[in-house]
Design a protein around this ligand. Structure first.
Ligand code: ZN
Ligand code: ZN
Ligand code: FE
Length: 768
């Protein structure tokens, strides 16, 4: 060091953001060493605190590096600098974490095993050769092992594994790439694998792996414990095994995700663009929906009737070892959440043995505890962005910046695809995907996840926000948690729009043209909404247009059997129920009689403006699908058929002005339904009908947006709701609106479906 005491400065930096568990302290240490700075760095609950001293110009360089050159996983939100009196210390040290500090810091999501660790995993000379829990400062579990903050080994489930001498040495060596890597482990001190199967002794380590691989190759179904819970795995090329897993899980026709050994093999199975490759190989590693090529290594039962495959690459060392690289392992595995349909993913070993008892032949478990369930995330690349469909592992709990400051608040999400969220100040933290609220286990997972999220963020909500629906379980759950705190009720489609506004930082004083198309949501008039155009800000909305009401007869029955929606739309359009139409053929005679009575009398019917249900009706009218086995199946298959097909002129909705001023315009599908019936009778192929219908919906959105612009002068259109997961509709709508000089905002951080709704609830609750 220089001896120029007089030229030295000392400064404290308080760094907040995602700065714990991402290699920030080692980075600071290395930068300080290079710049010959002395001092300390430590974590506190608010982030990272750095106290450094050295030449003034070096301190300036250091400050620049904090924001410009930090580790890739870090998100630096703010750096607060305070000048201090120089004290002439020597050396630089990493201090112990302190539990004091103002605001809590942000926890990092889990990160896929990095290339350096994978290389070591495959290197026979490395001491971690084939170690299933290899990690470093840049990769490994985070969110799913954190029990408390600040993030340190003692605040993770790795506390169960005291470091061996060699690991301790690496952990303390600033020059080592595992310096302060909290989940550091090796063969001597880390977690271990165990294979449990009925009628055989347990096997450990390599024997466990090799037995699991043999079982998979022989067509067995193995429950595999991963980062955020158990998967059920089987050989994706073995039709008997996949069909058996489908049967045991009572899965219906819902596609399975597959894990493919490497990118080279993946290219034979699906089409992969450069953008998609970057997502597949990145640290977040979601399941990505890709256009499938027909390939013999994929059994027909993996994704029946589906043009896409949900594909992901290995993201833990255990996955790498399970799939193998020596030509002996299975190249493609079905990797589906280890749960009974609808329940959250199983994380607990004892529960895995009981709840998955009828599903798995064997269990490949490990002894590191999982603190919160976290499914694989699902995304697709469309409209030039990575569109989230299920936001979970790798993404949660990254914070989302808010357009205005909010008081501490908890939003409980919707009943389907539930995800809750908390917010305070300028940040919201949305939980991982939890599941559907009709399941008791999901409600328990919601309770646990809300508490975990509050602990991680330090947010102590002063109010709650829940959906308007009087019969939803999420508002009922909110009431059990309120303990005297107020509960704001947010309208479902308003929340969809507010979410997307929030993602894009739309300021509170701005109004937008909001278009929310989805399956269902409770309207302020008691009807089932789902084809809504709203002039909205965060505070409120005015319904300016909607899809014309049709009677929804018998609620769930009509959701599960699209032919009932087809008949309702025929009835409404005044088209006779002729036996030559496929929807009529699909409907049993007695059901048809009851339905006719219900639709004409209104008995047992609720009016609905749902666009999702119209997609169902069209799928049935075109003879594509009359009954569904999973949510949105009919719309997904209709979209698949329409891809790449020229509509050669689409159908058109009729617009009916409201009957008084301020009454919303209705979009009447009568001409669309009539034209489809003509096309069916003329023998027009289903893909053309599907393409013409997609074209009609795009044209409708543009027409309604123009009308709203003419009435209000607004030109920002916000698209939200599950219908916009459609990889054909979203890009065509965005392009058509931009062509017409609209600013178009669509979801990109959170799913368009109900999994993204809690952010909107937060903003509505805070603005109200
Ligand atoms: Zn690594
Ligand atoms: Zn060790
Ligand atoms: Fe919705």
């Amino acid at each position: 060091m220089t001896g120029h005491h007089g030229r030295r400065s000392r400064r404290r930096f308080d760094v907040s953001g995602v700065v714990q568990g991402v290699g920030f302290r080692p980075f600071v240490y290395a930068a300080a060493a290079e710049l010959e700075l002395t001092g300390t760095v430590h974590n506190d609950v608010a982030g990272v605190v750095i106290d450094v001293e050295g030449l003034p110009e070096r301190l300036i360089d250091f400050a620049r590096r904090l924001t410009d050159a930090h580790p890739p996983l870090a998100v630096v939100e703010a750096v607060v600098m305070t000048d201090l009196e120089p004290r002439g210390g020597t050396g630089f040290s990493i201090g112990a974490s302190s539990a004091s500090g103002g605001h809590r810091t942000f926890a990092s999501p889990d990160v896929a095993t990095c290339d350096d660790c994978v290389a070591e995993l495959r290197d026979p000379t490395n001491r971690r050769f084939r170690h299933p829990f290899i990690t470093c400062t840049n990769c490994g579990p985070r969110f799913t092992i954190i029990t408390d903050l600040p993030y340190d080994r003692g605040s993770t489930t790795m506390v169960d594994f005291p470091m061996c001498e060699a690991c301790q040495h690496e952990y303390e060596d600033p020059a080592d790439r595992r310096f302060h890597a909290q989940p550091i482990a090796c063969h001597d001190c880390g977690p271990t694998l165990r294979l449990v199967s009925a009628g055989a002794a347990d096997e450990l380590g390599e024997q466990a792996l090799s037995r699991a691989r043999t079982l998979l190759q022989e067509g067995g179904i193995v429950a595999v414990k991963g980062l955020g819970g158990y998967h059920l795995a089987c050989d994706a090329g073995n039709e008997t095994a996949v069909a058996e897993l489908r049967r045991r899980k009572a899965r219906g026709g819902k596609p399975f995700a597959i894990m493919v050994r490497d990118l080279r093999h993946l290219r034979r199975i699906a089409e992969v663009s450069d953008d998609e490759e970057a997502i597949l190989t990145g640290g977040r590693r979601p399941i990505l929906l890709l256009r499938s090529r027909s390939h013999p290594s994929i059994a027909a039962s993996v994704a029946p009737h589906n043009p896409d495959l949900g594909v992901l690459l290995p993201y833990t060392a255990t996955h790498e070892l399970l799939m193998g690289r020596d030509g002996h392992g299975t190249q493609v595995l079905v990797m589906t959440s280890g749960n009974v349909s609808g329940e959250p993913i199983v994380t607990d070993d004892a529960q895995a043995m009981t709840r998955l008892a009828g599903l798995a032949d064997a269990w490949l478990m490990h002894n590191r505890r999982i603190t919160v369930p976290c499914d694989d995330s699902v995304a697709r690349f469309t409209a030039g962005i990575e569109l989230p469909i299920r936001r979970s592992r790798g993404y949660a709990p990254l914070p989302i910046a808010l357009p205005f400051e909010v008081e501490p608040i908890l939003a409980v999400g919707a009943d389907l695809k539930n995800a809750c969220g908390v917010a305070q100040g300028r940040y919201a933290w949305i939980s991982q995907h939890l599941g559907d609220m009709d399941d008791l286990a999901t409600i328990e997972a919601l309770t646990a996840s809300a508490a975990h999220l509050e602990m991680l963020t330090g947010v102590e909500p002063a109010q709650l926000v829940a959906d308007l629906h009087p019969a939803y379980r999420s508002p009922a759950w909110a009431k059990t948690q309120a303990a005297g705190r107020p509960i704001v009720r947010a309208q479902h489609h308003h929340a969809h729009i507010a979410s997307v506004m929030g993602e894009h930082g739309v300021p509170p004083e701005q109004r937008v043209i909001g278009i929310a198309f989805d399956g269902t949501g409770y309207g302020t008039d008691g009807a089932v909404w789902g084809g809504e155009v709203m002039i909205a800000d965060y505070k409120g909305f005015q319904r300016s247009a909607h899809l014309a009401y049709v009677p929804l007869a018998g609620g769930d029955a009509s959701v599960l059997r699209p032919y009932r929606m087809a008949l309702a739309h025929l009835h409404n359009a005044g088209v006779p129920w002729s036996a030559d139409l496929p929807s009529l053929a699909a409907c049993p005679d007695n059901e048809r009689a009851i339905l006719r009575h219900q639709l004409s009398s209104g008995f047992g019917c609720v009016p609905t403006s749902s666009m999702g249900r119209l997609f169902d009706a069209v799928a049935s009218l075109a003879g594509v699908r009359h009954e569904v086995e999973y949510e949105a199946q009919a719309a997904i298959e209709l979209e698949g058929l329409a891809r790449g097909v020229d509509p050669e002129g689409g159908y058109r909705f009729a617009l009916v002005p409201g009957d008084h001023q301020d009454a919303p315009t209705t979009a009447d599908p009568t001409p669309v339904v009539g034209a489809i019936v003509s096309d069916v009778r003329a023998g027009v192929p289903a893909p053309v009908i599907a393409a013409r219908f997609h074209d009609a919906v795009t044209a409708l959105i543009v027409t309604l947006a123009r009308q709203s612009r003419a009435e209000t002068g607004l030109s920002t259109v916000v698209l939200g709701g599950g219908v916009f997961q459609n990889a054909l509709l979203l890009p065509s709508t965005v392009a058509a609106l931009r062509e017409d000089a609209f600013d178009v905002l669509h979801p990109h951080l959170l799913p368009p479906n109900d999994g993204g709704i809690s952010l909107g609830q937060i903003l509505i609750g805070a603005a109200g």
